[in-house]
Design a protein around this ligand. Structure first.
Ligand code: FPP
Length: 252
C-alpha cells in the first residue's frame, strides 16, 4: 500500500491543515453575549487564519464550518449561521480571489437555500483557476457521510461496468472521497478544549497529527497557528514504521 500522499516524516511545514473551529458559543457566554456574537467573531478568526496560512505557504486549509449534526441546534442559531455563511462569502470573495485562494465546499449542499447554493457555486467557479491556498469549507459535512457517498459512487461505477469489484482498493476507493485531489491533512487542530474528531474527515485523518488547544475559536490568531505548526514540526511521523527507521531515512 502506498503511504498517504502528504508531507514526509521530516517536513517541518504541514501541507494541509484541518481545523475544527470550536468555542464560539462559550466565547460569547463569557461576555454575556448571544451565541451568535461568537459565530460572528469566529468569522473574523477565519479571515485571520486564512491569511496566516496563505502567508506561511500552506497548500490547503480545511475548516469544519457546519457538521451534519449541527442541524440539531436551535432553529434560530442555524438560521443565523446560514445567513453568516452567505454574508461572509459575499463580503470575502473579492479579497480571497485577489489573494489567489481557491475556494471549495465539501458536504451535502442540497439542504442549503437556493441562494446559498448559488453563492457557493459562483465562488467556486470564480476562484477555480487560482493557484494559492486551497481553502475548503466543510458545510453539512460528516466523515461517515463522505465514506457512504464514496461507496455509492463506486457501487454505481461497478453497476455500470466501469469498475470491477476486485479493482476497488484503498487507492482507488479514496478517489471517490471528498478531497481526493489534495494531500491528506498533516495537522488537525481543534480549538475550544474538547479532544474529539466529531465525525470530521474520518478517512483522511488516518495518519494526521492531532493538536488540541484550549483557545476558543473567536480568539484564534496567527500566533496560535504558529504555535500549532511548531508543535507539528517537533513531532516524528512514522506512518507505521519504527522511530529508528524514520530517523535513518531522514539522515540518509
Ligand atoms: C462551533 O462552536 C462552531 C460552529 C458550529 C460554527 C462555525 C462557524 C464559524 C466559525 C463562523 C464562520 C465560518 C465561516 C466559514 C464563514 P460552538 O458554537 O459549538 O461553541 P461552543 O462549544 O462554545 O458552544
Amino acid at each position: 500500500m502506498a503511504y498517504p500522499e502528504s508531507t514526509d516524516s521530516t517536513s517541518a511545514l504541514p501541507r494541509h491543515i484541518a481545523i475544527v473551529m470550536d468555542g464560539n458559543g462559550r466565547w460569547a457566554q463569557q461576555r454575556a453575549l448571544p451565541r451568535t456574537a461568537g459565530h460572528r467573531q469566529g468569522a473574523k478568526a477565519v479571515r485571520r487564519v486564512v491569511q496566516a496560512c496563505s502567508e506561511r505557504g500552506i497548500e490547503a486549509l480545511t475548516l469544519f464550518a457546519f457538521s451534519s449534526e449541527n442541524w440539531r441546534r436551535p432553529q434560530w442559531e442555524v438560521d443565523v449561521l446560514m445567513k453568516l455563511f452567505a454574508a461572509t462569502l459575499r463580503s470575502e470573495i473579492d479579497r480571497l480571489d485577489k489573494a489567489n485562494v481557491r475556494l471549495r465546499f465539501i458536504g451535502d449542499q442540497r439542504a442549503f437555500s437556493t441562494a446559498l447554493q448559488n453563492y457557493i457555486v459562483k465562488a467556486e467557479q470564480r476562484t477555480v483557476g487560482n493557484t494559492g491556498l486551497a481553502l475548503v469549507i466543510a458545510a453539512n459535512y460528516g466523515g461517515r457521510w463522505d465514506v457512504v457517498q464514496a461507496a455509492q459512487r463506486a457501487a454505481a461505477d461497478v453497476a455500470a461496468g466501469r469498475l470491477q469489484p476486485a479493482d476497488l482498493t484503498l487507492e482507488s476507493f479514496q478517489r471517490y472521497l471528498c478531497l481526493a485531489d489534495l494531500p491528506e491533512p498533516d495537522l488537525f487542530i481543534r480549538t475550544g478544549g474538547e479532544q474529539r474528531i466529531s465525525n470530521f474527515l474520518l478517512w483522511q485523518l488516518a495518519y494526521t497529527e492531532l493538536y488540541f488547544t484550549e483557545r476558543l475559536w473567536p480568539d484564534y490568531d496567527a500566533a496560535d497557528l504558529a504555535e500549532a505548526c511548531a508543535a507539528f514540526a517537533s513531532r516524528q511521523r512514522r506512518f507505521g514504521q519504527t522511530g529508528e527507521q524514520v530517523a535513518g531515512a531522514a539522515h540518509a
